[in-house]
Design a protein around this ligand. Structure first.
Ligand code: G4P
Length: 505
């Protein structure tokens, strides 16, 4: 069976994703990267081939994929940018993983971004391991946190460990599997050093009994279907619970899963290299038009120099200088397996959603567009450039940078994104690559839904709602909604239509 575990961390900013990532890399032997995850300095860029690629092209790919190894398992950790970088890439990255670790701040519980990312995981039933972080600080009652996860996310929770006190009272973490307590370093307490449960004060024992009895047993089938989450407690900062978390990923998280390709599923055992592009990172330097396309390998054994056919191109390309993210070597590795990520430098030939394969027979599906959460009108500074603008918007939406909508009434193009940064990328690329100067104006719309139904129902709907109707770049109908309420209203009023928040690319 495959020794790959390809996963992402989902969290709200400040919950501790960066700190946890560093600790995972440290334990996994990728020591040179630990402490440098956030660093942008020259030191980090220096050495390997792929780091040179970054330096020459001004593309930061290092932290997009981090690979480490422990006890014979190879972990591929895919970064899901948060903060100001939040974009559709963040969502699409989750289509390239087999599992996710959800980091929750013990004091704050489920926060909005965690919830959004969780919903994307749920679309594909991605199994989730929960890590309640910062138990070394004053936090909420752990029962409250677990109940919140269960209620808000409609997920069964199964604690695998339990914090003994929190903040000033924090005494360590009891591992249910081994019945041992990992204790904090620092000033000695009366029972520091003992490793059994006998020394735990009675009031904590009562709580622990409740925790052990009050939740469902861990069930690997339910976990792998995305119905149950095992919960770990810890402190990324103090390196508590991190080993247990890695072990849980190794033991429970699924190895590379078969991927949907229309009617069939492509198994990781297929004797052919196949994969799909889930992200394209463009160079922001206008003198270079290079891009790195990130391919999630689905099957086969990839070798450097191999010829693969991108579905969007139809003829094979030789992949001579792939970027393989093997942290230990910091070299261009020569092979990659199902579950691994390969960075492929190209000049715009590879697009998000493309399938790459040796025999050009497979087409992966399940890489959707996500309903935008920010919609803007594009305002052209030079009106003679309408044609160029349309070409640029079509190109950039095909590449996955933005989505474009053409309203049924009026001539302004509307662009949609899930994160602010995408808009900045749009404006700068329009200028640098298409010589189109444009600005963005507010639009009355807050989100969009793809509408499906039979022709008559669609026509009837269109008749009444033309001012709120647009077409996407494929010509499909999209309902432009002024608010989430607007969406629920139309859903209720038009039971014969479906309003979808995602669209298959
Ligand atoms: P993020 O990537 O999810 O945004 O979070 P990050 O790891 O940057 O952590 C956010 C803040 O929370 C940091 O403090 C970090 O040190 C702290 N933190 C992370 N894990 C733990 C933990 O287990 N316990 C405690 N007590 N704190 C934790 P900061 O002061 O904002 O930044 P820094 O200056 O310390 O880096």
């Amino acid at each position: 069976m495959s020794n790959r575990r390809t996963f992402a961390i989902i969290s709200h900013p400040d919950a501790g994703k960066t700190t946890l990532t560093e600790k995972l890399l440290l334990q996994g032997g990728a020591i040179h990267l630990a402490g440098e995850v956030k660093a942008r300095g020259a030191a980090r860029r220096a050495r390997s081939d792929w780091m040179k690629i970054e330096q020459q092209r001004g593309i930061s790919v290092t932290s997009s994929v981090m690979t480490f190894q422990k006890d014979g398992i190879v972990f591929n950790l895919l970064d899901t940018p948060g903060h100001e970088d939040f974009s559709e890439d963040t969502y699409r990255t989750l289509t390239a993983v087999d599992s996710a670790v959800m980091v929750i701040d013990a004091a704050k519980g489920i926060e909005p971004q965690t919830r959004k990312l969780f919903e994307v995981c749920r679309l594909r039933s991605v199994p989730i391991i929960t890590f309640v972080n910062k138990v070394d600080r004053e936090g909420r009652d752990p029962f409250e946190t677990l109940d919140e996860v269960a209620d808000m996310l409609a997920l069964d929770v199964s604690p695998q460990m339990w914090p003994i006190g929190m903040g000033g009272e924090f005494e360590g973490i009891l591992d249910f599997a081994t019945d041992t307590v990992a204790r904090p370093d620092g000033p000695s307490r009366e029972y520091l050093g003992t490793r059994d449960t006998a020394a735990i004060p009675q009031r904590f024992m009562d709580e622990i009994e409740l925790a052990r009895g009050g939740y469902p047993e861990f069930d690997i089938e339910a976990f792998r279907h995305g119905d149950l989450t095992p919960v770990y407690f810890g402190s990324a900062l103090k390196n508590f619970g991190v080993t247990e978390l890695i072990d849980a990923i190794a033991r429970f998280a699924p190895p590379p899963r078969p991927q949907p390709a229309g009617e069939e599923e492509i198994s990781p055992e297929r004797d052919e290299v196949t994969g799909f592009i889930f992200k394209v990172q463009a160079n922001m330097d206008p003198n270079h038009r290079d891009r790195i396309a990130f391919m999630r390998q689905v099957s086969g054994t990839f070798k450097r120099g191999m010829k693969l056919t991108p579905s969007g191109l139809g003829k094979p390309i030789a992949v001579h200088s792939p970027i393989l993210f093997f942290a230990q070597d910091r070299e261009l590795a020569d092979t990659a397996e199902a579950g691994d990520i390969i960075g492929i430098p190209n000049h715009g030939t590879l697009r998000v959603g493309d399938t790459l394969s040796e025999r050009n027979q497979v087409r992966f599906t399940g890489l959707p567009n996500f309903a935008p959460e920010i919609l803007r009108r594009v305002q052209l500074k030079d009106p003679t450039k309408t044609k160029q603008l349309r070409k640029a918007l079509d190109d950039l939406s095909e590449e996955g940078v933005i989505q474009v909508f053409y309203p049924e009434i009026g001539s302004a193009h509307i662009v949609g994104v899930v994160g602010q940064l995408q808009l900045e990328v749009l404006i700068s690329r329009l200028e640098a690559e298409y010589k189109v100067e444009a600005g963005l104006e507010p639009s009355p719309f807050a989100t969009a839904r793809w509408i499906k139904g039979d022709a008559k129902a669609l026509d009837d709907f269109a008749g009444f709602n033309r001012p709120n109707l647009a077409r996407d770049r494929d010509g499909d109908y999209v309902f432009m909604a002024k608010s989430p309420w607007d969406v629920s209203y139309q859903v209720e009023k038009n039971p014969e239509l479906t309003f979808s928040a995602t669209k298959e690319r």
